[in-house]
Design a protein around this ligand. Structure first.
Ligand code: SAH
Ligand code: SF4
Ligand code: F3S
Length: 465
């Protein structure tokens, strides 16, 4: 397979990675002021926002839900598809208006869009009132940037991908579930994907630092950790160890629930499957992006596996990890995708019965190899394929949920659901959302729940005493 960007990735990977501590920033200037954060994108961004919140709380600031009460506004953006961009530019329209009336408000644009040259140029031209543009490699410097903010735009987006930062103080969303970064960046260079450009080279945290973070979380009473990376299977390869070893060491710490995202099907080792099946506190749930069922398209995407290899891996996981749920990501309408190619995707989905899937219409990203390919599938056909795929996926998802009706499953109760204060919400070990009655006093606990009803995207259940 011709993957020219791999050479570039190897070149970057040969340079030594520095592991540095973030020094806490002590300053009272903004004490008592309010901040507002809006987050777009994946779990990485959600977790980065916990770092941003940590920095601002450390400055003595308070978080508000209402943009119009804030002195500091932070947008943590995503660049994965065009509609992610559109949402941010739409929201910036509102901020522009607000900033006109409140010129001393500090507006900060960060995240993956800030790493895109074309976005920075557009922001400079059309949104000059933005005070700070900070890239994914400069989050730890945000506090100082805010303190130094002036009326002219400060742009800090250089690549610092040779560094892994430690001692980050997160202000986490939950007291029970925590994200734990195990690595940063991505070197896979799937041809459609912008992430390797916005997040930089693949670099792992040292195992001892991850383990001590998980131990701290356990001591604080956390019930669940999710190990985060764009491709966790590649964890540690740059430092001489592997993901299965890390996973086992994390399991031995004894936190009740361990999850991880995302696993690329390439490099998913038998040792990983062994470790997952051996430890009951590693949850039987794997997100395993398929992207396409057609070998021709998979090759054009640079995904490094065939339909057959994906199916074999899927079956090996199902055989060895009892009760394992598997979800996936699928892109429709990739350049040159024919009806025949799309039918291969439908065939795989029909054969494997995913527990759920995130499905997307292909969106060309500037600077990626796929954006230079012929995007020749009409929007009408893309939409029609998405609809056909979703019908199949939703029916399977409902079926896998229906199979749980009448069964008793473990659920970590998180909070009140959107069905009212008496109904709580939580997730099963297999990552299915459940609305639970009779569990008002069980927040933060893993309880047994008898499933009473199944829908496509959620379950209803009653707590069993
Ligand atoms: N690292 C993860 C994916 C992160 S991006 C992995 O490889 O599995 C999440 C999902 O967004 C991808 O799995 C893919 O399905 C989708 N995606 C990425 N780039 C896209 C693009 N240009 N157009 C449409 N969907 C895209
Ligand atoms: Fe993007 Fe995931 Fe591929 Fe990395 S592995 S390039 S993040 S789709
Ligand atoms: Fe989006 Fe960046 Fe995540 S592009 S999907 S926020 S890594």
């Amino acid at each position: 397979m011709n993957l020219p960007d791999l050479e570039k990735a190897r070149e970057r990977s040969n340079k030594e990675i520095l592991h540095k501590d973030v020094l806490p920033l002590v300053d009272d200037t903004l004490k008592g002021e309010k901040f507002f954060i809006r987050t777009y994108g994946c779990q990485m961004n959600v977790h980065d926002t916990e770092q941003i919140r940590g920095i601002l709380l450390n400055l003595g600031m308070e978080e508000v839900d209402d943009l119009e009460k804030a002195k500091v506004i932070v947008l943590n953006t995503c660049a994965i598809r065009e509609n992610a961009h559109d949402k941010v530019f739409g929201f910036l329209g509102r901020i522009k208006h607000y900033k006109k009336e409140h010129p001393d408000v500090i507006v900060c644009l960060g995240g993956c869009m800030a790493q895109e040259e074309s976005v920075v140029k557009e922001v400079m031209k059309r949104h000059p009132y933005i005070n700070l543009v900070f890239g994914t490699h400069h989050i730890h410097e945000l506090g100082q940037m805010i303190l130094n903010a002036s009326s002219s735009m400060d742009v800090n987006v250089t690549s610092e991908e040779g560094c892994v930062y430690e001692q980050i103080e997160y202000a986490r969303d939950s007291k029970y579930k925590a994200w734990v970064n195990i690595m940063y960046g991505c070197d896979k260079f799937c041809t459609y994907c912008i992430v390797p450009y916005t997040r930089g080279r693949e670099r792992s945290r040292k195992m001892e630092n991850i383990l001590s973070e998980v131990k701290r979380l356990k001591d604080l009473g956390y019930m669940e950790v999710t190990l985060l990376g764009q491709n966790v299977n590649a964890y540690g390869l740059d430092l001489g160890y592997d993901f299965a070893t890390l996973l086992e060491q994390v399991a031995l710490i004894g936190i009740p629930r361990i999850r991880f995202v995302t696993s690329h099907p390439w490099n998913f080792t038998e040792k990983m499957i062994e470790v997952i099946s051996k430890y009951p506190n590693i949850m039987p749930y794997i997100h395993l992006p398929l992207q396409s069922g057609s070998d021709r398209i998979l090759k054009l995407m640079g995904r490094r596996y065939t339909q057959e290899e994906y199916i074999n891996l899927f079956k090996m996981i199902k055989k060895n990890i009892p009760n394992c749920a598997i979800t996936t990501d699928i892109i429709v309408g990739f350049p040159m995708e024919t009806e025949e190619d799309f039918n291969e995707t439908l065939k795989v989905a029909r054969m494997l019965h995913f527990d759920g899937a995130y499905t997307f219409i292909y969106s060309p990203r500037e600077g990626t190899p796929a954006s230079k390919m012929k995007d020749d599938v009409s929007l009408e056909v893309k939409e029609e394929r998405l609809q056909r795929l979703n019908e199949l996926i939703n029916a399977d998802s409902k079926k896998s949920n229906e199979a749980l009706v009448g069964k008793v499953v473990p659920v970590l109760i998180e909070s009140a659901s959107d069905k009212g204060d008496d109904i709580m919400m939580g997730y099963t070990d297999t990552m299915k959302l459940v609305n639970v009655s009779g569990a008002k006093d069980a927040v933060g606990k893993i309880v047994n729940v008898c499933i009473t009803d199944a829908k496509s995207f959620s379950l209803d259940g009653e707590m069993v005493k």
